[in-house]
Design a protein around this ligand. Structure first.
Ligand code: OAD
Length: 242
């Protein structure tokens, strides 16, 4: 068998997108039945939308929070978590970068994770900046923080037109600089800066592997493309079972 990772003494960076959670029942963004088919991106996932109608934006994210809480990690998330354990116990290094905000990787047991687009289960105060864990699905809208300014609370999500959280890009790029292999799973390769990380790894001469149901936009940048669903392909191909 031609495993994606055949030796655990390696430095590996994995990046995932909505495709890895599709088999858990979470809608992807683009394509048939995608989330953006029924919602205009700029009307729900942008700072302008939030300024205009915070209640509508909160309703959208509370709906997604509810949905994520009822879903469970699938065999794809579990394979990625097992790969991390295998590599770390052999002395290699592992970083998981995810564009997903559903929290399923952590629930599957992944430990070294950067949620580059934030998390559905976190809330941030627009006045004092405090970020906190928040799984409530029923609240008075729009919610206010109990800080001195009674700041308006917002989902801790990186919206279109916003930058990543401070330090995340630096951590991701330095892990890619040190890695032997960059594995990308379930993402369309359209949204930057995530898509640009494949160019970055490619320019550095890193081995790049993609596992995706359909060919991503940046397929030319990969050394190897495995076409299929993450939940069935990853357990069979990611690394040899112990
Ligand atoms: P997309 O919906 O753009 O792409 C999902 C990709 O996963 C597509 O290429 C599908 O072919 C593939 N796919 C679907 N099911 C799969 C499966 N079972 N196994 C493997 N691949 C599968 O989602 P992302 O690329 O994650 O940003 O989108 C990137 C960002 O754009 C998101 O983080 C979100 C979105 O707008 C924000 O909300 C800020």
């Amino acid at each position: 068998m031609n495993w994606i990772v055949d030796n655990p003494k390696m430095n590996v960076v994995v990046m995932t997108g909505a495709g890895i959670s599709a088999e858990s029942g979470i809608q992807t963004f683009r394509g048939t039945n995608g989330l953006w088919e029924n919602h205009r991106i700029e009307e729900v996932a942008s700072p302008i939308a939030f300024r205009r109608d915070p209640v509508m934006v909160w309703n959208f994210y509370l709906q997604r929070r509810k949905q994520a809480l009822t879903c469970r990690p699938n065999t794809g998330h579990l394979a990625v978590a097992e790969l991390e354990k295998w590599i770390r116990s052999a002395g290699g290094s592992f970083l998981l970068v995810t564009q997903n905000v559903d929290g399923l990787h952590s629930r599957a047991g992944s430990r070294n994770v950067i949620e580059m687009h934030g998390s559905l289960m976190m809330t941030r105060c627009t006045a004092c900046g405090e970020v906190f864990q928040d799984e409530s699905t029923d609240m008075e809208l729009p919610p206010r923080h109990d800080c001195p300014d009674k700041g308006l609370l917002r989902p801790h999500i990186v919206w279109f037109g916003e930058s990543l959280f401070p330090g995340d890009m630096e951590r991701i790029e330095s892990a890619i600089e040190m890695c032997d292999m960059f594995i990308v799973i379930g993402t369309s390769g359209i949204v930057y800066p995530a898509a640009g990380l494949v160019n970055f790894a490619n320019r550095l001469g890193k081995r790049t592997v993609c596992v995706n149901k359909d060919a991503p936009a940046n397929i030319d940048l990969f050394d190897r493309f495995i076409e299929g669903e993450a939940g069935s392909e990853l357990p069979k191909r990611l690394f040899p079972e112990k």
